[in-house]
Design a binder for this molecule. Sequence first.
Ligand SMILES: Nc1nc2c(ncn2[C@@H]2O[C@H](COP(=O)(O)OP(=O)(O)OP(=O)(O)O)[C@@H](O)[C@H]2O)c(=O)[nH]1
Ligand SMILES: [Mg+2]
Length: 400
Amino acid sequence: MDVKTYRARSMQEALQLVRQDLGSHAAVLHTRELRGGLLQRLLGVRQIEVTASATVHVPSRFAEPLEAAAPAGGAGGEVCGVRAPVQRRETAPIPPADQQSFRDQFRDDLRCQLDGLQSMVEDLCQRRAPATGPDLPASLFHLFTDLIDAEVSEELAREMIDRLRHGAAPGDLEDAVLLKARLVRMIEAELQVTGPLRVTPGHRRLVALVGPTGVGKTTTIAKLAGNFHLRERRRVGLITVDTYRIAAVEQLRTYADIIDLPMEVVATPREMRRAVERLANLDLILMDTAGRSPRDELKIQELRSLLAEAGADEVHLVLSSVNSLENLKKTVRQFADVGVTAIVVTKLDEATGLGTLLPLLRSCRLPLSYVTHGQNVPDDIAAADRRKLTRSILGIDATS
Ligand SMILES: Nc1nc2c(ncn2[C@@H]2O[C@H](COP(=O)(O)OP(=O)(O)OP(=O)(O)O)[C@@H](O)[C@H]2O)c(=O)[nH]1
Ligand SMILES: [Mg+2]
């Protein structure tokens, strides 16, 4: 059986190869667009594969629409010069002169359809990947791959490279340093931060930390308490509403004892009111909460009423940087009801790439307050800093 495969950058080129090799009567058996490697896709390089045969006679891939369009009884058409056999039907014979005009009509119709299809596909490719067209300069290509390596979503990476490209004068595209500096500024602008908690002596501020289980809420509370009490000499107290597990209460109590802080354990809204009253003369009350599965609607509502009863000034949602973007987005959505005002990101020391923060913050429109980068209390915490985070995302040495 004589079946051959041809590859080219366009359908027209592929069919030309078929014609040259197998002659104008070859049958097109199958066509497809190959996905290609990442590099080819990024550069917008297309590859079309056509399978054809000079001897096999089966209905061509192009035959069906032609048959429908053609008058009954056609013995076969020519597809851009390549024969496309059609199934025979029992119909009245067509005079030879008419057969010729049918074939001509066939060919013209098919050419129109193919041209239309090709420009539609090209148009779609351009719309999907405007920044990564065939002539993407190497400097931008490297920045694009840097963003992908940092786990920035492909959509946002494309958008940033596109903005860089369109904002650049022709000479700028050769200047890798300049482009990188612009990308740094672009990322910094994406990262909204709150700065450290504003704790003023004599003005009690109540800050609650909420989030899924095991993300580091209690450890972060201990770090904040340690810093504000031991280093900034503020009067700090702790409340825990995590009464589901004795170990959780004991965990916070251990920190309260070490740092020497008052601590209240609260199980009901009524107890909450009294606890807040007892700590009323402090500068900062930090409230620890039980890890909530974002799927547990009832517990989220319970948390909401406790926070409302406490009159929390700020609610920080604690998220682990180890989680996937989809997971993080889902968590943010499911905690939306408790009135989150900022995001704390933990476990930066364990993250493989911090680029997920960019699409996350863009989608939830919340600022970052703190980041934590280890288990040491109270050291491994810092107020979120745009410049440092951007450098971490792009893997730029902190000293450069
Ligand atoms: N590597 C690393 N580990 C951390 C960090 N923050 C917290 N952890 C660890 O994460 C684990 C869970 O921390 P917890 O503070 O108990 O987490 P939690 O959110 O209070 O957990 P639940 O109360 O069970 O919901 C502990 O082993 C912490 O030491 C961090 O920034 N980096
Ligand atoms: Mg805890």
